[in-house]
Design a protein around this ligand. Sequence first.
Ligand code: FES
Ligand code: FES
Length: 172
Amino acid sequence: MTTVPVRLYVNGERHDIHVEPRRTLADALREDCRLTGTHLGCEHGVCGACTVLVDGQPVRACLMFAVQAEGTSVRTVEGLAPDDTTLHPVQQAFWENHGLQCGFCTPGFLMLITGLLEETPDASEDEIRDVLSSNLCRCTGYQNITKSALCAQRAMRFDELSEPTADAEVTE
Ligand code: FES
Ligand code: FES
């Protein structure tokens, strides 16, 4: 088996791994870096459960080879919370707005929303809804995920968490 060296910076930590060229970034994160928070659903780019941030951009880790991520900075769900007792604003918003049920899709949504709100803090509700439509959830019906994203947006912009305002309410 031919392997090649790959250096990843995951959540600020350097990982020097050796992988087959065909190994996906998702498998490298889960099996070589031992970071199993990145979930695998469809493994062919449809569900978004495997979404991570690569140099700040949301990426489906099942569609990217680990060798393509050589030298990049990768953020996974394990790197979201600033410490063991504080949630990231997006995590906090999901908790407060019941943005998850079984939780399988949640790491992907958390990373997708974090990437969006860091890149586009003033994203409109329509833009947020459009981005959220790229990931699949079989449990929630998306209403509470959307509420969570809007709440997180407010928290990240104003450094506070509160219920979405009336104009940010999600229509059923
Ligand atoms: S596991 Fe990557 S998109 Fe579904
Ligand atoms: S919470 Fe179960 S798939 Fe989304």
